[in-house]
Design a binder for this molecule. Structure first.
Ligand code: DGJ
Length: 725
């Protein structure tokens, strides 16, 4: 049972999750101090944890680590405020707390200024993830009309115990190369991970993992935090020379400020944290199950196999061309057909038409319905591409409403991808967007929107607006509100978050969407690394991955169809190529692989991910385990990919994870039986086809105890690479 305990005599609160504890206390000056984040402790035990050692080295050493809200002493501040009288800094007085089930709220007020802060903590019974956020309130009345300037307003600061050799894991990349995992020694000083782009960003993603330098994929202590926010963000990890590592994170980037008005309340996004002792893989599985249990709106659903027209047609869409693709997509087993960019206004290239959300009658003379009906007649659902936050200068919308874009007086309006960003925080803009989207969804049988966002924010302002700094936040909130309203009005609607690939993937947007387009890079070899990083925090259930044409349009690399499929099958399989150019043999092979994916999909999308190797290993392999009600591994899917063959480097058997050692598993492809204990200790023999770009998939199901089976297979048996498809 997760719970919150208050030890009044120690002024200490203890949060208990299924396997971990978190504790904080008030010091003599009412400052909330971090006490513990790690393995389970009782309240009595937590009360004996000594405060951080004061090394008594004089005034220069004051302010050690351990703040819950002000950051580690003289380290990076979590909260930075300016009062009307020029005052800065806060002196909190404790004002009380409230416990409600797994929720704890601890309230403070500044000793002098009209500012209140409430630190929120939430624990659940089914996850070790602890959610934290902060609420600020300007308590000024008639006498204090002055706003409080906010320069930094983090959601939470987390403190770690002393670590032998602190190491930081995070992702860094760019467009078409998102979420590349970096694991490196944490330097002394401050390491800032950030997006200044007004969106989550391709270059970084708002999460970190920290360990003491010894954790492995399946063993060792790891601490991790992830921010649920889709705008600019900043996470600062602080490694002082002598004190504990801490981190602070929240929305907004450096240099931004805004004013909290008298009477105003501001709630930060959630900056959740999780501790575990089962290595990086254990932490990933914690995040995945948290996403499935507490973030995604429809976690129980299986995501359908999508066909998306983008890589086949670019902007060159019309009814006849789409119908040809519909035929092929349906024959392959696609379940959702998405008409991508180019269906509206004068949108024949990226240069024009964005913002004019009227069906282009020259390309779809009867409107969208003939296409939708054809799609539905072939048993597929219909989805549509939209980019509601953007406008091309060459559009009727911009000609009519040039003031609707974000812009600053006396500054140029920077176009990127030939487009400007609409000022979504303006109620009339959000209202306009909601209305056309609602009309579209009401007037047509549309099941799915691919919600795209193809440039960062610049010149964030609105002439006449006296506090433009808040527009960075308000834009995101307004997008969230429009999506939430649409979902409420159209409960059948499912949404994919996309931002030129994986530029807007985070727990904030995933709370209101159903899957994410992880990257515009569909090259299967590159995707192995991108997906490896994506899956560190976000579950396969959200990771859309298409099989497209070969050679790949972006990289020029030729990769066999089967390899492309096996890589995409480790997420939400989709199809994205020009199917009219696929040969009969390719179409037949693809149809078989789509059918196979549907069989393994429950394990891939809802099972527990075990990364069996590094992403850059000679053979990369992942395993998905679907448990029965009692948690025993019932079904196992293993995908293995070898990019480059090397003479003399035979692939070792893959030691599997998390199986029931006493059970016998049957390979559904070959019928071979394997003892769980042997698969754990010696591995599944790999029998990949020769040459580069070799891959395989094996599905194992647990036989009921005592069920007859042939002699358990010695090596070679059910072999990855030959057992299925
Ligand atoms: C960027 C997306 O990532 C692509 O999949 C495609 O939808 C294009 N935008 C369309 O403009």
């Amino acid at each position: 049972m997760s719970r919150v305990t208050h030890l009044a005599e120690h002024r200490l609160w203890l949060l208990t999750t299924p396997a971990t504890s978190y504790a904080l206390r008030l010091d003599d000056e009412d400052r909330p101090r971090h006490v513990h984040w790690g393995a389970r402790l009782t309240a009595e035990q937590a009360a004996t944890v000594p405060p951080p050692v004061s090394r008594d080295a004089g005034s220069f050493q004051t302010g050690g680590p351990g703040g819950e809200l002000e950051g580690p002493g003289f380290g990076p501040p979590s909260l930075d405020v300016r009062f009307a009288d020029g005052g800065a800094g806060v002196e909190w007085r404790y004002r009380g707390h409230a416990i409600d089930g797994g929720d704890l709220a601890v309230r403070f007020a500044d000793r002098h200024h009209p500012l209140e802060i409430t630190l929120h903590y939430r624990v659940h019974d089914d996850t070790d993830v602890i959610e934290r956020w902060t609420v600020l309130r300007h308590t000024g009345d008639g006498d204090s009309r002055d706003p409080v300037g906010l320069l930094r307003w983090d959601s939470a600061a987390w403190t770690l115990p002393p670590l032998p050799a602190p190491r930081l894991s995070h992702v860094a990349g760019g467009w078409a190369a998102e979420t590349l995992l970096r694991r490196e020694a944490l330097p002394y000083g401050e390491t800032v991970l950030t997006s200044r782009r007004g969106t989550t960003g391709h270059q970084a993603n708002p999460w970190v993992m920290l360990d003491g330098g010894q954790a492995t994929e399946e063993h060792g202590e790891v601490w991790s935090a992830a921010l649920a926010w889709s705008g600019s963000w900043r996470i600062t990890v602080h490694r002082p020379a002598f004190d504990a590592v801490g981190l602070t994170g929240g929305s907004g980037h450096d240099g931004l400020s805004w004013r909290l008005a008298p009477g105003e309340t501001w709630r930060s996004p959630v900056f959740a944290g999780v501790y575990g002792a089962a290595g990086f893989g254990g932490i990933s599985r914690q995040w995945h199950s948290y996403a499935l249990r507490h973030v995604l709106p429809h976690p129980d659903e299986l995501r359908p196999v999508v066909y998306d027209s983008w890589e086949a047609t670019g902007f060159d869409v019309d009814l006849a061309g789409q119908l040809r693709l519909v035929e092929r997509a349906a024959a392959l087993g696609a379940e959702l057909y998405v008409l991508d960019d180019g269906w509206f206004g004068a949108r024949r290239s990226q240069r024009a038409g964005l913002g004019d959300w009227r069906v282009a009658r020259d390309r779809f003379p009867g409107g969208l319905d003939p296409l939708i009906e054809a799609v539905r007649a072939r048993g597929m659902r219909f989805g549509l591409w939209v980019e509601p936050e953007m406008v091309n200068p060459d559009s009727d919308l911009y000609r009519e409403r040039p003031d609707w874009v974000l812009h600053l007086p006396n500054r140029r309006r920077t176009t990127l991808r030939d487009q400007l960003v609409l000022d979504f925080a303006r109620p009339e803009v959000a209202g306009w967007a909601y209305d056309w989207l609602d009309r579209l969804l009401t007037g047509h049988r549309i099941d799915f929107l691919k919600w795209d966002f193809n440039r960062p924010l610049t010149e964030v302002g609105r002439p006449g607006h006296d506090d433009p700094g808040r527009l960075w936040t308000d834009h995101v909130r307004s997008v969230y509100a429009v999506i939430d309203r649409l979902r409420a009005a159209h409960p059948h609607l499912r949404i994919e978050t996309c931002a030129g690939g994986g530029g807007r993937v985070d727990f904030g947007i995933l709370a209101r969407t159903d899957e994410a387009w992880a990257s515009d890079n569909t090259d299967a070899v590159d995707r192995i690394g991108i997906q490896h990083g994506y899956g560190q925090v976000y579950p396969a259930r959200t990771m859309a991955a298409w099989v497209t044409d070969s050679p790949n349009p972006l990289t020029g690399r030729a990769v066999p169809l089967r390899f492309r499929f096996h890589v995409a099958m480790s997420g939400v399989l989709g199809l994205g190529g020009d199917l009219t150019r696929w040969s009969a043999a390719e179409l037949a092979e693809a149809a078989g692989l789509v059918a196979l994916y549907k069989e393994v999909r429950p394990a891939v999308q809802h099972g527990a991910l075990h990364r069996l190797t590094r992403a850059d290993a000679p053979v990369t392999a992942v395993q998905y385990v679907l448990g029965d009600a009692a948690g025993a591994a019932d079904e196992v899917v293993v995908l293995a990919w070898r990019v480059t063959a090397r003479f003399g480097h035979t692939a070792a058997p893959l030691r599997l994870a998390a199986l029931d050692p006493g059970a016998v598993y049957r390979d559904t492809g070959t019928g071979a039986a394997h003892h769980g204990a042997v698969l754990l200790a010696h591995g599944l023999p790999l029998d990949l086809p020769p040459g580069d770009h070799a891959s395989g998939l094996t599905r194992l199901v647990r036989l009921p105890a005592g069920a007859p089976h042939g002699p358990p297979s010695p090596v070679p048996g059910g072999r990855v690479g030959t057992s299925e498809a």
